[in-house]
Design a protein around this ligand. Structure first.
Ligand code: GLN
Length: 315
């Protein structure tokens, strides 16, 4: 039996119901039918967690609902898209290794759902905690903040929402990223709060140098040789500009750190994401740059993923 969403009152679509289906007809089916379909899809390859992600994001079937179907396959399940449409996305993912986030065009990150498209880095879970780390450095909202290498705009949106009265600056070298960030900022309702600027790291912010009380950056930091060994989904489809940090992975981080002593306001904070094994090197770079109160922080998985430091108050 088929139905068009969102009219299915008998469907178990999770606490908030199924997401909008954009006019695409959904499908109501027996749980055991769905499970058999899922097994068939997985027999072609791929990871179960990825297929379940697809079912959730593109099929409107939240993971807890799927778990309930596993426990009781007699349950009816409402999908917001037909299985054939989901299967086409899955096959494309298997055949081209294109990340599902690009195929679906969306990616959940923190409490947001961002639009993502090829050419722009898919926001990573390991970056999420950077927002709280930034908040916790500052006793009160900064007069002005900047996000260097904003990509999809994920950090800029989170900071804009954290401090609604504060203006932010978001920089990226890539016009594609800036266009994507613009769409995401508008969709999150913070478009007025963040100025998008094209350029390299600190360079386009010259007029704000010395007045930035917080600067965050998730620069490319993967050593080139490590990047070359990454899974093809990342290597072939995500922008190398956002990932490859040069021979030791620290090329972009060096540039960001180098600008901090001049670019930050006196007492202003720099907060950086880096690779899982770069914490000692980044701490050293920050100290050598003359920054103070340098410290390392773990991400949500417990990996030393971030570094913070500030410009001295009297210079
Ligand atoms: N954390 C990302 C990854 O490991 C890399 C992001 C970056 O280089 N800034 O895939």
């Amino acid at each position: 039996m088929r139905k068009t969403l969102p009219t299915a009152a008998d469907a178990d679509g999770g606490p908030q119901g199924p997401p909008p289906s954009d006019g695409v007809p959904g499908e109501l089916l027996a749980g055991r039918e769905l499970l058999a379909w899922r097994r068939r899809c997985l027999a072609s390859g791929g990871r179960a967690a990825d297929l379940d992600w697809l079912l959730d994001l593109a099929g409107g079937l939240p993971w807890p609902t799927l778990q309930r179907v596993h426990l009781d396959p007699t349950k009816q399940v409402q999908l917001t898209r037909q299985r054939s449409a989901l299967e086409a996305l899955w096959r494309c993912h298997l055949e081209t290794s294109k990340p599902l986030q690009y195929l679906v065009g969306r990616c959940p990150w923190r409490d947001l759902e961002l639009q993502v498209a090829p050419g722009v880095l898919i926001p990573r879970q390991e970056t999420e905690l950077l927002v709280e780390l930034a908040r916790d450095r500052l006793a009160c909202p900064p007069a002005r903040w900047a996000d260097l290498g904003t990509g999809s705009g994920c950090l800029a949106i989170a900071l804009a929402r954290l401090w609604p009265g504060v203006q932010g600056l978001a920089v990226d070298l890539s016009p594609l990223a800036l266009a994507q960030a613009e769409r995401n900022l508008q969709a999150a309702g913070v478009g007025e709060q963040v100025q998008l600027i094209q350029g390299s790291w600190w360079q386009p912010l010259r007029s704000s140098w010395g007045r930035l009380e917080l600067v965050v950056a998730n620069p490319p930091y993967i050593p080139t040789a490590v990047w070359a060994g990454l899974e093809s989904g990342v290597r072939e489809h995500e922008p190398v500009l956002a990932l490859d940090g040069g021979a030791d992975g620290l090329e972009a981080i060096r540039q960001v750190v180098a600008g901090a002593a001049q670019g930050l306001a006196p007492g202003g904070w720099l907060l950086l994401e880096h690779h899982h094994d770069q914490s000692p090197a980044v701490q050293e770079l920050l100290t050598l740059a003359g920054l103070v109160e340098t410290s390392a922080h773990r991400d949500l998985e417990g990996t030393w993923r971030f570094a913070s430091a500030r410009r001295g108050r009297r210079e």
